[in-house]
Design a protein around this ligand. Structure first.
Ligand code: FAD
Length: 332
């Protein structure tokens, strides 16, 4: 492999039913300084059905240009079709770096593509940079239960690949006037090459637990005391138009499904406002909320570690404080 043949940074923009996931645009913003440092192009790659508008959005968010593969076989994500298309694009254009959001689909697609291309992939990254000495991408991710951060490089193969957690980076500004080339590639996948079939989409769950995109999150911990008592948090969330999240202790107790869990082994979130209610503030929980603009903690223990990271703290019994807050917001 001649490494010098590989140029430019690619960001895969995931879509669902033609709508882009935020993480793709977050990665454009994160990769921009890297592309500037390397003096290379930043290219968005969109695979889907009717996704030309998404490619345009990616350019407005900062990509120099975009490559799209548009076809009916890409309407819904399937490992076979998407991996085939992405591998074909990489083999044709030879990008130096390929970044994918660490969503459920991205976590499936990334390893499949890297394996076919016989290159390395660093999964679930929380930071990316260019290594000054070698010029390789330095991918950073938590390891050993979040106790250490590992920085991993792929010096001998190309492209250098990584999946990056959603909501770790913020989207850049949207510049409606920005233009860039959109290259359309035809890659067809025969129906018998796709070994999975979508039987049904269940919408309701995804909408109510869209934590990664939520602007306000009302999160509860073991201190809430029971599944039934989460209604207090739901009432507050309803008044604020917020989404309910929780700590792992709550999931382990069976009070909430894992999809609501915030933290190292749950979701990384970046809301404008995060309420941590009856949550002690363990390092694994806090790891998931560092992107929040404002954190409000409610805890009866004044020494709870959550107060170390909170912007506002209320020391008190959540059974009294939360209904009082709900009433106060209702009155506004
Ligand atoms: P607790 O630590 O039990 O805290 C409960 C808090 O509620 C206490 O501070 C208490 O003072 C307060 N409280 C009790 N009653 C009231 C009341 N009436 N009013 C007000 N306050 C009250 N945890 C996560 O959350 N997310 C993760 O993704 C995650 N990943 C993990 C990964 C690994 C590898 C490991 C080892 C652990 C992980 N954990 C994770 C678990 C983490 O270490 C903690 O155990 C967990 O976050 C504790 O949850 P909690 O704060 O709800 O419960």
């Amino acid at each position: 492999m001649n490494l010098a043949d590989y140029k430019n940074i690619w960001v895969f923009i995931e879509t669902e039913c033609g709508k882009p996931k935020n993480v793709g645009f977050e990665l454009i913003n994160a990769a921009k300084p890297l592309a500037q440092e390397k003096g290379c192009e930043l290219i968005a790659v969109v695979i889907g059905k009717d996704i030309e508008g998404v490619a345009k959005d990616a350019i407005c968010y900062g990509a120099d240009s975009a490559i799209i593969v548009d076809g009916p076989e890409y309407e819904y994500y399937t490992t076979d079709a998407f991996a085939k298309a992405l591998v074909a694009l990489v083999e044709k254009y030879k990008p130096e770096t390929l970044m994918i959001g660490a969503t459920n689909n991205g976590r499936d697609l990334g390893p499949r593509v890297s394996c076919r291309l016989k290159t390395g992939l660093t999964a679930d990254c929380t930071a990316i940079a260019i290594d000054e000495e070698t010029g390789n991408v330095a991918w950073t991710r938590p390891t050993f239960g979040g106790n250490l951060m590992a920085t991993i490089m792929c010096p001998e193969n190309r492209p250098q690949m990584g999946t990056v957690r959603p909501a770790v980076f913020k989207k850049g500004a949207y510049d409606e006037a920005k233009t860039g080339e959109i290259v359309k590639e035809e890659i067809t996948v025969a129906a018998d090459e796709i070994r999975t079939t979508l039987i049904e989409r269940v919408k309701e769950v995804a909408e109510s637990i869209n934590l990664e995109e939520a602007e306000i999150i009302v999160s509860g911990g073991r201190g809430v005391g029971s599944q039934e008592n989460f209604q207090l948090l739901q009432d507050l969330a309803d008044v604020l138009g917020a989404t309910v999240g929780c700590s792992r202790a709550v999931v382990d107790a069976g009070w909430m499904p894992h999809a609501h869990q915030v933290g190292q082994s749950g979701k990384t979130v970046a809301p404008k406002l995060y309420f941590a209610i009856g949550i002690s503030g363990a390092i694994q929980h806090v790891a998931g909320i560092s992107g929040a603009d404002t954190i409000v903690a409610i805890n009866k223990d004044p020494d709870a570690p959550i107060f170390d990271v909170a912007d506002y703290g209320i020391v008190g019994n959540l059974n009294e404080v939360v209904p009082a807050l709900t009433e106060a917001f209702k009155a506004q």
